[in-house]
Write a protein that binds this ligand. Structure first.
Ligand SMILES: Cc1cc2nc3c(=O)[nH]c(=O)nc-3n(C[C@H](O)[C@H](O)[C@H](O)COP(=O)(O)OP(=O)(O)OC[C@H]3O[C@@H](n4cnc5c(N)ncnc54)[C@H](O)[C@@H]3O)c2cc1C
Length: 378
């Protein structure tokens, strides 16, 4: 008999998992509280682990056509000197594209696979008999129920698992600007000045994506619209870019960290940021989400008992997300809280992480993704 899944959240996690389960023969309904499937106007780094999953489902070619395959990643200091340069190939390959383009491809693929996407459907909780509950009190029962409603997940919190979601001391503004004039090469560059950072990368044929990162207590840096004059004092050679950002729209986010002691309860699963929200320092939140969604699909579809399949899923893949969370927090602390008196040492550490393979591989464990597990990928 066909099994049914109800998913709360129509972001990268809900749409990706919905598409994958539908391809495995499930009937799928996704509930999205917004009036349409929309992402904030910014870019997204899609890394090898999620590229492998998108290839497996035959949709990577659509994404490839909309993005820029990066050749190298650089970190520069406030004088413009290169502290680290890495080649982005093999299991460190990366593509960058506008977020909306990724979500549009996932939504279209989900619909093609037969997924029903209900917008304006606001889920307020789940009951452990296996159902989602919406704000009109309607109950949606299923063989598998999924919370994919983001870092501040209401559904996760309604299950009383002892989970927490907290804001860290870092803020980030993102810009997607319609020019490639300052990103002509297929290179992503982070510019560091004390605890301030700006990352700039090409994002498809027509856009550049930039993220501007600062400690929460640096009120001058956090001003919106961006205070170009103040930022120029930190990164003088980015004058032209800063002027563009100052005239562009941006939304500010705090870095979030989710601690979720377990990822399932009976036949209810928690995926994506709701399960492992992490600072975006390694650009892996969506990567982990898609990779874990594929593992869930394989392991639960191949199990006659959904609850047991979910436990097996968490045991099989969770270590990758846990380690990536820890490294992403370390990266945030290293960039934001490194003592002024030790600034002189920082470039050597940055260089070492680029140069010594074992350090880089440990920090970027997620890049190898499901190859570290028994889960199959074609
Ligand atoms: C600044 C920043 C930069 C990032 N950069 C990258 C990157 O470059 N690469 C990368 O891999 N990851 C990146 N990430 C992480 C990535 O965005 C997330 O990991 C990913 O979006 C998680 O997807 P999700 O579906 O779990 O959650 P979300 O994207 O948060 O989606 C949740 C969805 O659920 C809906 N929803 C919420 N509550 C309800 C409800 N009660 N009922 C119904 N629907 C609901 C929301 O409207 C939303 O559509 C970044 C994150 C941030 C904050």
């Amino acid at each position: 008999m066909q099994r049914h899944v109800e998913i709360a959240g129509g972001g990268i996690g809900g749409l990706g998992l919905g598409m994958m389960l539908a391809r495995h023969g499930w009937s799928v309904r996704v509930h999205e509280r917004s009036t349409e499937i929309r992402e904030v106007g910014a870019g997204i780094y899609v890394k090898n682990n999620s590229i492998r999953v998108l290839e497996h489902y035959g949709i990577y070619s659509k994404i490839e056509a909309l993005g820029t395959k990066l050749e190298r990643a650089r970190i520069r200091d406030s004088q413009g000197r290169v502290m680290q340069e890495r080649q982005l190939n093999g299991h460190h390959r990366v593509i960058v594209l506008p977020r909306q383009a990724l979500v549009d491809v996932l939504a279209a693929s989900a619909r093609e696979a037969g997924v029903e996407i209900l917008t304006n459907s606001h889920i307020v909780g789940a009951d452990i008999q296996g159902a989602l509950i919406d704000d009109n009190g309607r109950r949606y029962a299923a063989d598998l129920v999924v919370a994919a409603d983001g870092a501040r997940s209401k559904i996760r919190d309604s299950l009383n698992l002892g989970a927490s979601a907290r804001e860290l001391g870092t803020l980030i503004n993102r810009y997607l600007v319609p020019t490639r004039s300052f990103t002509r090469e297929a290179v992503t560059t982070e510019h560091w000045s004390g605890p301030r950072r700006i990352g700039i990368t090409p994002s498809g044929a027509e856009h550049s994506y930039a993220y501007v990162v600062m400690p929460r207590n640096d009120t001058a840096a956090a001003r919106l619209p961006l205070d170009a004059t103040d930022w120029e004092r930190s990164l003088p050679f980015l004058k032209d870019e800063l002027e563009v950002f100052a005239k562009s729209d941006s939304t500010q986010y705090p870095y979030m960290l989710v601690d979720c002691p377990r990822w399932s309860l009976r036949n209810l699963a928690i995926i994506g940021d709701a399960a492992h929200g992490l600072p975006p320092t390694l650009g892996q939140g969506a990567g982990l989400t898609l990779m874990n969604s594929h593992a869930l699909t394989e392991l639960v579809s191949n199990s006659s008992n959904v609850a047991q399949g979910l436990q097996h899923w968490e045991k099989t893949v969770r270590f990758i997300s846990d380690q990536t969370q820890r490294w992403s927090v370390r990266y945030d602390r290293f960039t934001r809280q490194w003592p002024q008196s030790l600034q002189v040492l920082r470039p050597s550490i940055v260089w070492a992480f680029g140069h010594f393979r074992f350090l880089n591989e440990r920090m970027r464990i997620a890049d190898r993704g499901l190859d570290l597990t028994p889960v199959r990928l074609s």
